[in-house]
Design a protein around this ligand. Structure first.
Ligand SMILES: [Zn+2]
Length: 272
């Protein structure tokens, strides 16, 4: 029996106002930025990346924070992103450092797939730029390139990105996905709403699956209680995507459903 191994890694933490992950009851429309909000609303959340040892190749999903945030994160993120996210990256937690711990070099990665282009997912890209192929959905790229407020394009400019399109399939709330190996084992599922072309990762093997839901929600509580994040690109789509995640998480064949920033999820390994 061929197995797939998933390493759930934490590449530092992000400190945000609680309105950003869990958009609950505030009359302040700017609450998610932390503006005019007291420090008691701040929460620290993990920033995850996932290394998948698949029989057809080594796949990395997302990259966490760049080591430059250790030096001067205000300068690195710029005033707007710094206001919304504070980045912390302890020694040993950068993506290249964690790969080394696992015995890999960035050039060993066959596919680096970015779930979307928000800074906490793409910041570490230049640390692993020697990956053989770097992929992002065409839709997310198009959304990010025209929005200099939310995105920091310098994080990917100068890096060769390959784009994929979601095509009609039996997966996801919109029946659209991208099948990386063409064998159904690794599907990147179109789950828009938080960002324009957000990709969840569906890993299937031996009749079971693991769903990496990226930022459809910030934790299990998001789909259990249908709590939307404070940052969204399209609310209606986000609700549709989150309902799909909830439904997938309840299927008996689901081993785990993991949100990228769930404070209750610790680094661990899943093999199935
Ligand atoms: Zn995120």
């Amino acid at each position: 029996m061929v197995t797939i191994k998933i390493h759930v890694l934490h590449c530092g933490t992000v400190v945000v106002d609680s309105m950003l992950p869990f958009n609950e009851g505030s009359m302040n429309p700017l609450a998610f930025t932390g503006l005019f909000r007291s420090k008691k609303h701040r929460m620290a959340l993990p920033v995850s990346a996932y290394l998948i040892e698949h029989p057809k190749g080594l796949v990395l999903i997302d990259t966490g924070w760049h080591t430059d945030v250790r030096i001067n994160q205000f300068k690195y993120l710029g005033p707007l992103l710094y206001m919304v996210n504070k980045a912390y990256l302890p020694n040993g937690e950068a993506i290249n450092e964690q790969l080394a711990t696992l015995g890999y070099k960035p050039s060993d990665i066959d596919y680096l797939v970015l779930s979307h282009l928000d800074c906490d997912h793409v910041s570490g890209l230049k640390l692993v730029k020697d990956a053989k192929r770097i992929l992002v959905s065409k839709l997310d790229y198009q959304g990010a390139e025209i929005d200099p407020v939310r995105y920091s394009r310098t994080m990917w400019h100068g890096i060769k990105l390959d784009f994929f399109n979601f095509t009609q399939s039996s997966y996801g709330p919109y029946h659209q996905s991208y099948d990386l190996f063409g064998d159904d084992t690794l599907q990147f599922v179109y789950v828009p709403g938080h960002s324009k072309g957000l990709a969840a990762t569906l890993i299937q093997n031996n009749g079971k699956y693991v769903l990496l839901s990226s930022d459809c929600g910030y934790g299990k509580k998001s789909w259990e209680e249908m709590i939307l994040p404070g940052v969204m690109q399209n609310k209606e789509q986000l609700i549709t995507s989150l309902k799909w995640v909830k439904q997938m998480s309840e299927n008996p064949n689901c081993i785990e459903t993991l949100a990228n920033h769930d404070a209750d999820v610790k680094p661990h390994v899943i093999e199935f």
